[in-house]
Design a binder for this molecule. Structure first.
Ligand SMILES: Cc1ncc(COP(=O)(O)O)c(C=O)c1O
Length: 378
């Protein structure tokens, strides 16, 4: 512990497990793919994946081949789906790591098929359909024809059919319901042609939280991301019974007297209102503590809440603690929950005009992840 840097992200794996179990409550026996891309939204992919699998997830989702390789190197052998298209030079690794991949054009699938044959293996693919996201995927009108071609390829196992929802977290569900209609039409057309997908999947956190309105989006598997980490995707969905998993803490590195009117930090944007003390915190924007939190971010120290004083620097920021008894070594909570106090990634995101996804992804590699299991303690 002594060698650990004091600025750390404490990740409660009990909260991750709780949130996975909440997903299961929402979707019954539908399979759960835990979206652990981007280092599990900044929480640490290996530890989060293990916790999610223990709690009932049975598939993992990543955005890059390197992310999948990290999980395999850690000995995780659960099925992993690569959300994005691998480039040609990545295909061999994809097969070697036994990843399932999204495909949406025949050329890609043919290339995977040929390579799988050469390597004496089989490629697992999910047909990704664009039903309205406007990102990856084959146009929904062409999906049944592409399915015909995919199912005919040698050394290719067509395991899944997938789409993604861009506005499932908004109050108005009409667009998402239209996307579900399109998926059902594709499934029916493929069934008529004799094709069966083992895993049809679409629902992200917004759809899972609002399952009472989007029940048809359950299909065979759901793909929660942000809710696993304890946050609803927006304030327009049901909040759900979710526990934020990440707490960002540091300790006061120095306190010193500050006279009324003394300017603080770059740009001299803060001046102490009265004589008091300034606490310096060893956390800055290089840690992912965003510079937009200058004169805005909330910090909890010894049961009191303060606002960051002046600009956030690369490695430090300051808090005017007035005449309060704050001393070097005192804990400062930059993001998290304390009795009667809540300033999580969701509240910080609201203050900064962004989404909790971005806030937890900001927390940089320099910040040690420290794992606890709150539920095991209670
Ligand atoms: C393909 C795909 N599925 C599922 C998710 C999880 O979404 P959310 O974090 O909103 O639950 C994402 C994340 O953006 C995604 O890209």
């Amino acid at each position: 512990m002594h060698e650990e840097r004091v600025t750390r992200a404490i990740v409660d794996l009990g909260a991750i497990r709780h949130n996975v179990r909440f997903v299961a409550k929402q979707v019954g026996d539908t399979r759960i793919l835990a979206a652990v891309k981007a280092d599990a939204y900044g929480h640490g992919a290996v530890q989060v994946s293990r916790a999610a699998l223990e709690a009932g997830a049975s598939y993992l989702g990543v955005a890059t081949v390197d992310e999948a390789a990290e999980l395999r190197q850690a000995g995780i052998d659960a099925p992993i789906l690569l959300f994005t298209r691998p480039f040609p030079h990545e295909r061999e690794r994809v097969l070697g790591l036994k990843l399932a991949v999204m495909v949406f054009d025949l050329e890609d699938a043919k290339a995977l098929s040929a390579l799988a044959r050469a390597l004496g293996t089989c490629a697992t693919v999910h047909l990704k359909v664009d039903t309205g996201m406007g990102r990856l995927g084959c146009p929904f009108q062409q999906a049944p024809d592409l399915a015909d071609r995919l199912f005919a390829l040698p050394q290719v196992r067509v395991e899944g059919l997938a789409t993604h929802f861009p506005v499932s977290d908004e109050a108005d569900k009409r667009f998402t319901l239209r996307q579900i209609d399109r998926m059902e039409e594709i499934i029916a057309a493929c069934r008529d042609r004799g094709h069966h997908f083992e895993l049809v999947h679409a629902a992200n956190s917004g759809a899972i939280l609002d399952m009472h309105r989007l029940g048809r989006a359950r299909f065979d598997m759901v793909r929660p991301g942000i809710m696993l980490y304890g946050y609803p995707p927006s304030d327009q969905t049901e909040p759900g019974d979710l526990e934020p998993a990440m707490t960002l803490v540091t300790r006061v590195i120095q306190t010193r007297p500050v006279m009324a009117g003394t300017p603080v930090s770059y740009g001299l944007t803060y001046r102490a209102a009265r004589d008091g003390r300034l606490a310096v915190l060893p956390v800055g924007y290089a840690d992912g503590y965003n510079r937009l939190l200058s004169n805005r971010g909330k910090v909890w120290i010894n049961g009191r809440v303060y606002t960051i004083s002046g600009r956030v620097c690369m490695d430090m920021c300051m808090v005017d603690v007035g005449t309060d008894p704050v001393a070097p070594g005192d804990e400062a909570v930059l993001m998290g929950i304390r009795p009667g106090y809540r300033y999580t990634a969701a509240e910080m995101a609201r203050d900064l005009g962004t989404i909790p996804y971005e806030v937890t992804c900001w927390v940089s590699r320099r910040v040690h992840r420290f794992y606890i299991d709150q539920t095991a303690l209670t």
